[in-house]
Structure formats: C-alpha cells, structure tokens
Design a protein around this ligand. Structure first.
Ligand SMILES: Nc1ncnc2c1ncn2[C@@H]1O[C@H](COP(=O)(O)OP(=O)(O)OP(=O)(O)O)[C@@H](O)[C@H]1O
Ligand SMILES: [Mg+2]
Length: 525
C-alpha cells in the first residue's frame, strides 16, 4: 500500500510502519524463503503498491496464484484480523482488483508472447537449444551469414532454412567463415526440431512483443501489471529462464538512460529465480550481472524471488539493495549454513540474532532491510507483511479467458503472421538456382540440337551437291556420248565418204602414216 508517498510493505513487531522508498526501488531486491512462507503474497503487496504509484510491473506466474490480482481480495477471518492489526482501514485499504494483462508463451493462458529468432540472438538461443561451444559458434556464424544476406530470421522455419542452406553450401562459405562441419549443423537442426516440439514454433515468430506495450498505465493512472503465465514453462526451465533473460536484455536495449528517478519506470519480479542461473554458462552469467548492474540507471528495478539466497550468484546478490527474507528451515548442516549466509547478508540489529529469527519466522513474517535515502541499507528488522488488496490464489478459467479477450492488446498479438523472411527468401533462391540450372541444361540441349541440325543440314546439302554433281556428270556424260555419237557418225559418214574417194586415190602410192595424216586432216577440215 502507499502511505505518505512511500511503499508501506510491513510493520515491525512494535507496530512501526516499514517502508520501501520509491526512489530506491530501482536498486533491485530479493524475496527469499522456504515454500509456503509468504513470498508470493509479499511480491503481490509490492506489485500493488507500484501499480498504485503508476509504475508498470512484470511478474512471472509459476503457480498460477498471481493471476488472482485481476480480482478483488476475498474477505476472511484471517484477513479481518490482519486489517485490524495493521489499522489498514484508516489508510484506505479495500478489496480491489488491479489492472492486469495476462501473457503466455504458449498463447493459452494469456495473450501470445512472441519474439523473433534474430531478436533472441545466438547466445541465448544456444542456451535454449542446449548447444555445445562448437555448435554455438556455428550458430553465431549462421546469424552473421543471414545478416549479411538480408535473410530475416523470424521463426524456427527461417532458422531451419538457413541451417540447410549453410549445410548444403558449406564449401562456398568456408572461404570466408572457415570450415563448417555438416554434422554440427545437423546437430543444431535436430535441436531446433526438438524445440519446435516443445512449443518453440509458437513463440518464435511475428508479431513479436513490443516491450513498450508494457510500459503503460490504465485510465486511472495505475501501472499495468503484466503477468506471464509460467505454469507449463516450469517444465522447461531453460526456455522459461532464457525468455526472461531476453526480456531483460530487450528492456535494457529499449530503455534510455535516465539516472536515478523519484520512482522507477518499471519493475520486474522473477519468481523461481534459481532457474535463471542454473546451468548457465559463464559468458551469460557475466552478461546477466552486467545488465542487472546497468539497468538501474534506466529506471528498471529487478526483484528476484527464490527459496534460498544462495541460488543467486554473488555478483548479482551483491546488487540487491532491498531484501525480504521469509522463514528458512535449518534441518541439516547445509541448511544451517544457508540460514547463516542469509542472516550475514543483513546489517545487524543488536536487538536479536538474525539467524535465530529467520528460523523461527511464521507465515507472512520476515526479516527485512531496505535502502534508505542516503543509499545505505537499514538495520535488519523483524516484520509482519501487509495483506494484499487483490485476491490471493488463482482464478477460474472463464475469468482468465474473458480477461485475455477483453485486453486492448489482444487483437495486436492474437494472430501470427508469416512475413517474407529467410524461409521464403531461400526458397526463392533455390528455385531460381534450379530454374537457372534447368535453363542452362535446356540451353545446352538446344545448342547440341542446333549443332546436330546444322551437321544434318550440311550433310544433306553435301548429299544434294553430290547428287547434283553426279546428275551433271551423268548429264555431261550423256551429252558427251551423244556428241561423240553424232560426231562419230558424222565423222564416220564424212570420213567414209571421203575415204571412199581419197582412199581409193591415195592408197596405192602412200604409206600408212601418210594415210593417217591424210585421214586426220580430212577430219579436221
Ligand atoms: N502477508 C500475508 N498476509 C496474509 N496472508 C498471508 C501473507 N503471507 C502469506 N499468507 C498466507 O500464506 C499462504 C502461503 O503464502 P505464499 O503463497 O505467499 O507462499 P510462498 O512462499 O509463495 O510459497 P511457495 O514457495 O510454495 O510459492 C497464502 O496463501 C496466504 O494464505
Ligand atoms: Mg509462491
């Protein structure tokens, strides 16, 4: 609840209000405690206060019990007792609902949340796909190739098309990017198919979530509360946590630098935070640590909720300024160590031993410390957390579906679109290449045919010429015969005639040669 412009989160045992300062709430926080000790209720009370201040909030709903915020709280004896104990009625406490938008990566329990493959980037995607270092570096190269060729990567279909292109033409890419083993590309492809079966097909695509849609208030100026249904995601912790990391980096990149403000621009609550850090490669851990450190100056507060503070890496833990520690049980030496570590992270209160108190806390009780005006943490106090004004627990499916459909963001994200991207572009490229190949083949065949036709025509012409030649030859021959015949006959006649006269005259006194010459002369006359 808001009181005197501050977040009234709890009272001390003596009834003194304990506040979290709006201007310090971008210095991040931690809500820890064993199961059933009141973590979810605490985060609801905080989220309500931020919304009342006009600050939008994001919450991941792992058990479905945060969605209750879209309904008013339900009266009970326990609630009445608390309202009285805290004197809440005098400060405007009423059962009421909060402006809530429900989201879901699977599009069932909330508005469909999508992101594109390219926006997720190779580092986070490698984590989702469970790739080893070699495969991961190939995925980074694949992103580079897509980028350089203008092949947009929106959905898993695009990614598969890209990987197939690289696998089929790996020799062409080798000169510029080094050897890309087909086996490694095959392994990535198999991981993508597995991801599709787990629902990845649905949440990678368009239209992708525009994080600016989350930075809004309702008509009364209350910050919108965005709840991501994570009930099924919890079965796939890597997907869930990587998506949350993507949200963080998206926010980090989208938001401008603003320094320290009077109140944050937005607050993120990450429930089951241990999943964010489980099996996370060092490179990614470093990135998370860096984002948590720098996002503060963009006016974003991050609150991690987990059972044990030791689930959170030291580098991140050290940056969480506002801390609420619910009960921890210490049954084993390891548990005792955890309690001691949790207690040691607080600024000591001489009035009690923090570790002892942590072990003995009841439900809705905590030890807490918040950053003060000067930026130093307050001395640890044992506190009683206020009850929420909205409903504790879950909601009926009918209420949920109605809330989803009546949101003004529903229509923007309801239907998936499939714009021109790597899949279509590469399909066209392949078709063009095939067509070019066919054209080349057809051209080759046509050229062959032409050569053949030309050869045949040449042969035919030759044959014809030969025929003509022969015809002429024959014709010439027959002319020769006729001429010879005629000439022969004429000559014969002439010769015969003349021979008859001359032969008789000369034959008596002439030799054979003279006779022949005489004959020839007669012929040539
Ligand atoms: N501040 C509170 N005011 C009123 N009731 C509370 C408060 N805190 C906890 N409770 C009661 O305790 C129950 C369990 O609390 P809650 O669900 O917040 O626990 P949790 O730590 O989130 O558990 P888990 O780890 O299982 O999620 C609530 O349903 C509610 O009835
Ligand atoms: Mg809980």
């Amino acid at each position: 609840m808001l009181r005197e412009g501050k977040i009234w989160i709890a009272n001390t045992e003596g009834g003194t209000p304990v506040y979290m300062l709006p201007k310090m709430s971008n210095r991040h926080g931690l809500i820890a405690g064993a199961t059933g000790t009141g973590k979810t209720v605490t985060l609801k009370v905080l989220a309500e206060s931020f919304s009342d201040m006009g600050v939008p909030v994001f919450l991941a709903d792992v058990k479905g019990d945060i969605a209750g915020m879209l309904e008013a709280g339900v009266d009970s004896e326990n609630m009445q007792e608390r309202i009285k104990r805290f004197g809440l009625s005098e400060h405007g406490f009423e059962y009421r609902n909060y402006p809530t938008t429900l989201w879901d990566l699977y599009g069932k329990n909330g508005i469909q949340v999508r992101t594109s493959i390219s926006d997720m980037g190779p580092l986070l995607l490698s984590r989702i796909l469970g790739l080893n270092d070699t495969q991961s570096s190939i995925l980074t190269i694949a992103f580079k190739i897509a980028d350089e060729n203008g092949w947009f990567l929106y959905d898993t279909k695009d990614l598969k098309a890209l990987l197939n292109e690289i696998s089929e033409n790996n020799k062409d890419y080798a000169a510029e990017y080094g050897n890309i083993a087909k086996q490694s590309v095959g392994a990535i492809l198999r991981a993508v198919v597995a991801l599709e079966l787990e629902g990845g097909e649905q949440f990678f695509g368009m239209p992708e979530l525009d994080i600016r849609d989350w930075l809004t208030t309702d008509t009364d100026g209350r910050g919108m509360i965005h709840i991501l249904d994570s009930q099924s995601l919890i079965n796939n912790g890597t997907l869930y946590s990587t998506f949350l990391l993507w949200l963080l980096s998206e926010l980090f990149e989208t938001m401008p630098e603003v320094g320290d403000l009077e109140k944050p621009k937005m607050v993120f609550f990450f429930d089951e935070a241990h999943l964010l850090f489980k099996d996370t490669p060092k490179a990614l851990l470093d990135k998370i640590e860096q984002v948590v450190k720098l996002i503060r100056s963009k006016g974003i507060g991050i609150y991690f909720i987990t059972q044990n503070p030791r689930d959170i890496p030291d580098g991140v833990l050290a940056q969480l300024g506002n801390k609420i520690q619910h009960a921890l049980h210490a049954y084993t030496p390891s548990d005792q160590k955890a309690v001691k570590a949790a207690a040691d992270s607080f600024r000591e209160n001489p009035a009690f031993k923090t570790a002892d108190v942590i072990e003995a806390l009841g439900t809705g009780e905590a030890v807490a410390s918040f950053l003060q005006e000067d930026g130093t943490p307050s001395i640890v106090e044992k506190v009683f957390i206020l009850p929420p004004q909205s409903k504790m627990g879950g909601i009926d499916d009918a209420v949920r579906q109605n809330a989803i459909k009546s949101s003004n963001l529903y229509s923007k994200y309801a239907v998936a679109v499939d714009p021109d991207s790597a899949y279509e572009m590469l399909d066209r490229k392949n078709q063009e290449e095939e067509a070019a190949e066919e054209r080349a083949k057809a051209d080759e065949a046509a050229a062959k045919q032409q050569a053949k036709d030309e050869a045949a025509a040449k042969k035919a012409a030759q044959k014809e010429a030969e025929k003509e030649f022969n015809r002429r030859k024959r014709a010439a021959k027959s002319v020769g015969t006729t001429v010879a015949g005629t000439v022969g006959r004429e000559v014969g006649k002439k010769v015969g005639k003349q021979l008859g006269g001359k032969f008789g005259q000369t034959l008596g006194g002439n030799t054979g040669a003279q006779l022949f010459r005489g004959l020839l002369n007669t012929l040539l006359k």
